[in-house]
Design a protein around this ligand. Structure first.
Ligand SMILES: C[S@@+](CC[C@H](N)C(=O)[O-])C[C@H]1O[C@@H](n2cnc3c(N)ncnc32)[C@H](O)[C@@H]1O
Length: 272
């Protein structure tokens, strides 16, 4: 195990999560909820879309930031690239090693301070990826600075996230327009960055809290540009499953096809 310098826990004492936004308190619930290979959303939509943007090649070094229990590791390993996952949750990393230990290497640490972690060095990765994790980290600036530090010149940074313009948790939702017989998406707020407490899902310990950090799209684009990362591809991705039955099935299908669930951004480290 690799821990931040100066913070190695004494033997026998429980390892503490490396950041307040860590999902360590939710680790076993999350593992049970998404499963070893990821949730259906992961498998059918988010992972394939991420790999399309990432374009991993044999021999490349790929850093997965907010790796959780390592769902991306076997997919990257199959391409012949070398996988390294970093996460702030010791429990999730233990699960990652258990499920996918042979597919890569896992490092405990804070995504905002990767330059202080043993086992990572500057300009050593061909690509950095955030798979459904960047909206769980805060603030954004040190996270992107840290990721840019890890990237080789010309390297790629891929972000896959819940679409911030359409799918803000608790601040958006579906509605039915009876007059026009259509399903619409209601957006309550967008421009103001907002920490949003995560909704309690079945089986979750109600005392374990996490927050999602809503930010308007411009904060990502400007934040990347400030680190010399320029976007060269953007992918807006709908949910994969369309309803086939029910009273308003056609209208629901249209809304699901037209209003994206995920947003993928690929940027490149410009060489100065
Ligand atoms: C929603 S989970 C996604 C995990 C994985 N990428 C997946 O798709 O299953 C978000 C992850 O980000 C991690 N995380 C949050 N803040 C972090 C930080 N500052 N440094 C490192 N990891 C962090 C959490 O511990 C959690 O594992």
């Amino acid at each position: 195990m690799i821990v931040p310098r100066d913070s190695k826990p004494p033997r026998g004492r429980a390892r503490r999560p490396a950041a307040q936004t860590s999902w360590d308190p939710l680790a076993y619930w999350y593992n049970g909820w998404v499963g070893e290979g990821g949730s259906e959303h992961h498998r059918e939509v988010a992972i394939p879309a991420t790999v399309r943007l990432l374009e991993p090649r044999p021999g490349e070094r790929i850093l997965d930031v907010g790796a959780g229990q390592g769902v991306l590791a076997p997919v990257i390993a199959r391409t012949g690239a070398q996988y390294v996952g970093i996460d702030a949750s010791p429990r999730l990393l233990d699960l990652a090693r258990k499920h996918h230990g042979g597919a890569g290497r896992y490092i405990l640490g804070d995504a905002r301070q990767m330059s202080s972690l043993q086992g990572l060095s500057a300009a050593s990765f061909d690509a950095v990826v955030f798979l459904l994790s960047i909206q769980d980290m805060d603030p954004l600036e040190p996270v992107l600075r840290s990721a840019a530090w890890a990237l080789k010149p010309g390297g790629r940074l891929v972000i896959m996230m819940t679409h911030p313009a359409f799918r803000m948790p608790r601040q958006s939702g579906w509605g039915w327009d009876e007059g026009r017989k259509l399903v619409y998406r209601r957006i309550d707020r967008y421009l103001t960055p907002l920490p949003i407490p995560m909704k309690l899902l079945p089986g979750r310990d109600s005392t374990a809290t996490t927050r999602s950090f809503h930010r308007p799209l411009g904060m990502y684009i400007d934040g990347l540009a400030e680190q010399g990362l320029l976007i060269d591809r953007m992918d807006e991705i709908p949910a994969h499953k369309l309803t086939t039955a029910g009273e308003n099935a056609k209208a629901v299908d249209l809304a699901l096809r037209e209003i994206p669930l995920f947003l993928g951004l690929r940027s490149r480290a410009v060489q100065s």
